[in-house]
Design a protein around this ligand. Sequence first.
Ligand SMILES: Cc1ncc(COP(=O)(O)O)c(C=O)c1O
Length: 394
Amino acid sequence: MIDLERVRADTPGVEHVAHFNNAGSALPPRQVVDAVVEHLQREAEIGGYEAAAERKDRWEHTYDAIAQLIGAHRDEIAVVENATRAWDMAFYAFPFQPGDRILTGHAEYASNWIALKQVADRTGARIEVVPDDESGQIDVSALERLIDERVRLVSLVHVPTQSGLVNPAAEVGRVTRAAGVPLLLDACQSAGQLPLDVDTIGCDILSGTGRKFLRGPRGTGFLYVRRELIEQLEPPFLDMHAADWQPDGSFSIRDDARRFENWETYYAGKVGLGTAVDYALAIGVEDAWERIQALASRLRAELDEIPEVTLLDRGATLGATVTFTVADVAAGEVQRRLAAERVNVSVMEAASAQLDFGARGIAEAVRSSVHYYNTDEEIDRLADAVRRARTSRA
Ligand SMILES: Cc1ncc(COP(=O)(O)O)c(C=O)c1O
C-alpha cells in the first residue's frame, strides 16, 4: 500500500496543480530535485569535472538502480538524454538489407516510425504493421503468422503516448524469442508505471525516459541491450567515450552498453535519474501500478458519465492514460479551460499516432494521465472542470 500522505508531502507540485500530464512529464519528488540541485551546486563550487569525480559513486549508482528496475545487469545499461535517442542508438545499429522485414504495431510512436521509414527507404527493408486484435491491442497470433526468416526486428510500443493501452509485451516476447528475432521494446510510458522485467518480457532492447512515470529530471533517458547483442550492434555514432582511438589510427569499441552513450553528459540529471529510480523502487512499482489502475478506472468512470465526452482508449489492459474528446469543444480549448482551474492535461494530435488516431479518423484528443500521487478529489476536480468546459463552447 502506498503511503499517500507521505508521497504527497514529498511532492511540492501537488500544492500548486492537479497534475494529469504524467504521460508528458510527472511531478518529481523533492528528493530528485534536491539531488539535481545539489550536484549543480557542487559543480559551481568546485568545477564540473571535479564534481563528477567526487560524486562518481552517485552517478555510477544510476546504472545499478536502472538494472534493478528492469531485471538487467549494469553493463547492459546506457544512460542517455531521452528515450528517443536511446531507441535510435539501438535501432540505427541494425544492418538492414533489401527485402528484410521489420514488424511494428498500431501503437508505434511518431519518432520511431519516422526512423523506421527513413531506414526502410534507405535500405530497401520493408515495414509491416501487425493488426490489432478485437480488444485493440497487438494481435499476437497475427504477429506469429507474420514472422518468417526475413523478419529482422520486431518494434513494440509497450504503452503508447496517445492512449491507456498496455500491449501484451511478454506474449510478444514469447513469439519473438521462439523465432529468434530481436524485440525492441519502447518502454517510455511503462517504465515506472508498471513492473518491468526484461527476462520475463523476453525483450532484447528496451528504451525508457526519466521524466514520465519514473518522475526523474527532463533530459534523461536510458537504454538496455541484452549482453549477447551488445557486441553485434555498432552504434550509428561513436566518440571517444564509446570507443578508444588506437595509435595506428583504428578504434576499438567498448564492449558494454555504454558504447551507446556519448562523452559529454548531464551528470546532475544522471544523479537525479538514479534518485528517481531509487524512489520508484522504494515505493514499489507493483503498488504504484495497482494504484494507477484504480485511479485511472475511476477517472474513466467519471468522464464516461458526461454525455459530451467520448473515451478513446482501447485494449484488454488499460493503464494511467485516459484519452477523450468533448463534443464541439477543441482539445486545446479544453486544455486551456482546465489549466485556468489549475488542472493539467495535454493535447494529442494525429501526427503523434498516425497508425492509431490517424487510422481511426481522430484528429486530436485530450490526454489525461494519472500517477499514484493523484487523489480521488483531484479526479473529481478534473471531471468537474471538464463539465464546465463543455458548456463554455469555444
Ligand atoms: C511511447 C513513447 N515512446 C517514445 C517517446 C519519446 O520519449 P522522449 O521524449 O524521452 O524521447 C514518448 C514520449 O512521449 C512516448 O510516449
